[in-house]
Design a protein around this ligand. Structure first.
Ligand code: ADP
Ligand code: MG
Length: 272
């Protein structure tokens, strides 16, 4: 009959501690304290250093958890980084500027980036990489396509939650709008998108990628007046990344085809 009582007095402080750590949101402390205690005992490490080790582990883990949360919230369609970007494939792109932008200071200053170039040159890749870099620097990011964003805005308006969505879009440190130019918008769609960009003017950073030069943006927004006003705001504090070079996608597939052709020719030569 005495056994459970003995067990409970042994377990109780641990249970209490785990409960406190949970309430204080210190999951790494809870997970590691016994293991680190054993380590410290073995190495004759004193109490302050024991606590220091635990604090360091908690901070590293928390930073990783926060970063993962920011990446999830950004809703990147895929994860791409600048490490996997081959700058030599696109000499027209200002590499120094891209590297500078990856440090994230432009986002603190509420500046914008516009990436221009034809399809397949790596605009989305660079946008994703700058978005990921921003997440790593602790900034909140939201990734969307222009058509997707307009669709979301129209849906929110129909469901009477436009204000909430607009607020959410205004709050994020970096809003990435990919593929502006592929789909022209209706007048309402244009107005809604214009409002998003307007609200972010000097309040947050916006990164836009487009396959159209500025003088063709009117085709997308329908109205010259609105496009003019939009460009005024977007380009007031802007870094422009020109990517007018040959398509990486095309070059890769041509390279593949030529390798295939050579292999085929090799086979033909050796065939009887
Ligand atoms: P865009 O958005 O300009 O149409 P993407 O960024 O989608 O082009 O690029 C097409 C594909 O080619 C993607 O898989 C991208 O990762 C890859 N890509 C493009 N340019 C490069 C590059 N310079 N280095 C590495 N991968 C690249
Ligand atoms: Mg793209």
């Amino acid at each position: 009959m005495d056994a459970p009582e003995i067990t409970s007095t042994i377990v109780l402080p641990q249970l209490l501690l785990e409960n406190h750590l949970k309430v204080l949101r210190l999951p790494t402390f809870a997970r590691e304290y016994e293991k680190v205690a054993a380590e410290c005992a073995r190495e004759s490490v004193d109490y302050p250093r024991y606590l220091l080790r635990l604090c360091e582990l908690e901070r590293i883990d928390r930073e990783r958890r926060n970063m993962e949360r920011r990446v999830r919230q950004a809703r990147f369609p895929v994860i791409k980084s600048l490490e996997s970007f081959d700058f030599s494939a696109i000499p027209a792109l200002n590499k120094a500027l891209v590297l500078e932008l990856s440090r994230g200071e432009w986002i603190q200053k509420h500046e914008n980036v516009i990436t221009l170039g034809p399809s397949g040159v790596g605009k989305t890749h660079v946008a994703l990489a700058l978005g990921l870099a921003a997440c790593q620097k602790g900034q909140s990011v939201s990734f969307t396509t222009a058509a997707g964003l307009v669709h979301e805005l129209l849906e929110a308006r129909d469901e009477k939650r436009l204000r909430a969505l607009q607020k959410q879009l205004a709050r994020v440190d970096l809003l990435i709008v990919d593929e502006l130019g592929y789909v022209p918008f209706t007048a309402v769609g244009s107005e809604l998108l214009f409002e998003v960009f307007s609200r972010r003017y000097e309040q947050g950073s916006t990164l836009i990628t487009s396959n159209l030069p500025f003088d063709e943006w009117t085709q997308v927004f329908g109205s010259e007046r609105l496009t003019g006003a939009l460009l005024d705001r977007l380009t007031h504090h802007v870094h422009i990344l020109e990517m007018n070079w040959k398509s990486y996608r095309l070059a890769e597939s041509q390279k593949r085809k030529s390798t295939e052709r050579k292999t085929q020719m090799g086979k033909d030569e050796t065939s009887p």
